[in-house]
Structure formats: C-alpha cells, structure tokens
Design a protein around this ligand. Structure first.
Ligand SMILES: [Zn+2]
Length: 284
C-alpha cells in the first residue's frame, strides 16, 4: 500500500547527535512516496547558546510548554507553531532527542500509551521500526491537550501516532549515535511504505515497564557513583551532591531495582533539575 500523501515528521528538539543526523539524512534512498518533514533544531536559541533544558529568552523548557501559546513567550510561540503547522500536517511524528548536553544515556525510546488501541498499535510498530532495543512503556503522560507538555504527547492527544527517541551522549556527535538516528528514521519510513523494503523491527526488545526521573533538591556538584546502562538495587546510592566546598548535602538512593537510563555526567547540580533516570525492566 502506498501513501503518496503520507507526512512523517521528525522533530529534532535540541542539540548535536540529532542535528548531525539531519545533515546526513538527504542521501539517496530510492523513490520516496509521501513527505518527510525535518524540523532541524526546534530550540535554536538554546542550541546557539549551548544551553541545557532552556531557551535563554524566557528560561522555559520547550518540551514542557506544549501545546504552546500564540502570544506567549518565545518557547510557547515555538511550541504553538510546531503544533499548529508541523504536527497538524503530520500523519506520524518522531520526536528525536539525544539526551541533554549533561546526560550520559543509553539509547532508548518512549512508547507513549494513549489508551486508544489502534493508535497504540501503530506507535508500537514505529518504536520497533526505529530500531532501539530499550523501550519504555510510558503511561505517565498527561491526557490534557491544553497542557500536553511534550511534543510527542501533543501529537498523540490529537490521535497522531508519535514516538520519542533518545540517542546521543553528553551533547556529542558520536558516529554510532548519528547512524542510529538516521537508521531509525529510515526504518519508520519503510514501515509506512514511504521507502521500499521492510523495516528491521527490534527482534528482542527490552521493555521498561516503569521509570522514574530523580531530581536534585540542592544546588552544588553532582557525583555519580554508577554509569548509564548499569543495574542498581533498591536503596543503593546512585550518586550524591556536595555544596561548592565539598560537603555532602544530598544522597540519591535508587527508588527500586532497575537500570540507569541516563545519569548526569557533568558537575553542576541544581535544585529541581534531574540527576538520573531509572527504569524497571519487564521480566519476560
Ligand atoms: Zn529527551
């Protein structure tokens, strides 16, 4: 089945490994049916100023302000334009992340569940076609379209299948991370018959049935005691924060036994900002 008018959108929310992937995407892949829309760098001010999480004009996180506001601050206006022009015109959306510049992360994806059976079946195929082995089964996103917060979730709440992908490392442009991003988009394009051939679905996915992002309550310096991809036991100390003079002010114990999906690997810790994300692996 050919979808000659199929619109697949890949939005590269921020930074390096995905931006580098976008440069390589236009290589010749054979006849294309449908349209691939690439939004190269959604938060350009943040990219230019090398700022993690925020837009320096309003100090908001673009991926927390969806669906945005027409007359809001700059991040809100960017979100509004992405929603009303790009998402609205799309049949499917890939929200591509490469971690933030301070995050050491293993590659993983979010399969965000809507509760709508058919929609969830399509996004499940997308996440398997993208090709990353570790997949979070994510039931945690808000169902409020007026406060959808995340780009991918904004698409899903409008019945447009979407996935969120993470492939990158500490703001770098590692070859493996770039290739994984390019291959992922090609896989999803094949899934939707935009390109010839069958996608290589992940043969043996590792499903993450639960996850938690752990936040610092203190300003200071973060010291990780483990690494991305490592397993930790419930109660194990994953890292700690000291004040600027080296006194320990906070320790982070794993809330459950699981795998470290990402962990901050640059010194600054700030109150209210993440230090690591842990996932519970489904045993099957
Ligand atoms: Zn992300």
């Amino acid at each position: 089945m050919k979808h000659h008018r199929f619109f697949l959108t890949a939005v590269l929310l921020l930074s390096s490994a995905v931006a580098a992937a976008a440069e390589r995407a236009p290589f010749v892949l054979g006849p294309l049916s449908g349209t691939l829309v690439l939004v190269h760098i959604a938060n350009l001010p943040g990219f230019q100023k090398r700022i993690i999480y925020y837009n320096p004009h309003d100090w908001k996180n673009l991926n927390r302000v969806f669906p945005g506001k027409k007359d809001g601050t700059q991040s809100e206006r960017i979100a509004h334009v992405l929603n009303t022009t790009v998402i609205a015109a799309s049949d499917a959306v890939i929200d591509m992340h490469c971690g933030d510049g301070n995050e050491a992360l293993i590659p993983y994806c979010y399969w965000m569940l809507s509760g709508e059976k058919n929609l969830d079946a399509v996004s499940k195929k997308m996440v398997l076609a993208f090709g990353i082995k570790h997949i979070i089964i994510d039931k945690s996103r808000t169902k409020d379209i007026l406060d959808s917060k995340y780009l991918g979730n904004t698409a899903i709440l409008q019945s447009i299948p979407a996935i969120t992908t993470e492939s990158g490392y500490l703001g770098g442009t590692g070859e493996e991370d770039i290739v994984r991003n390019v291959r992922g988009v090609i896989g999803v394009m094949k899934l939707f018959d935009m390109l010839e051939g069958e996608p290589d679905l992940v043969p043996d996915p590792v499903w993450v049935e639960d996850y938690e992002v752990v936040y610092s309550q203190s300003d200071g310096l973060f010291f990780p005691l483990t690494k991305m991809g490592y397993h930790v036991r419930e109660g194990e100390t994953v890292g700690y924060v000291t004040d600027y003079f080296g006194r320990v002010v906070e320790e982070f114990k794993a809330p459950f036994s699981g795998m470290i999906l990402y962990i901050i690997d640059t010194p600054p810790a700030n109150k209210g900002e993440p230090v690591y994300e842990i996932g519970r692996i489904r045993s099957d």
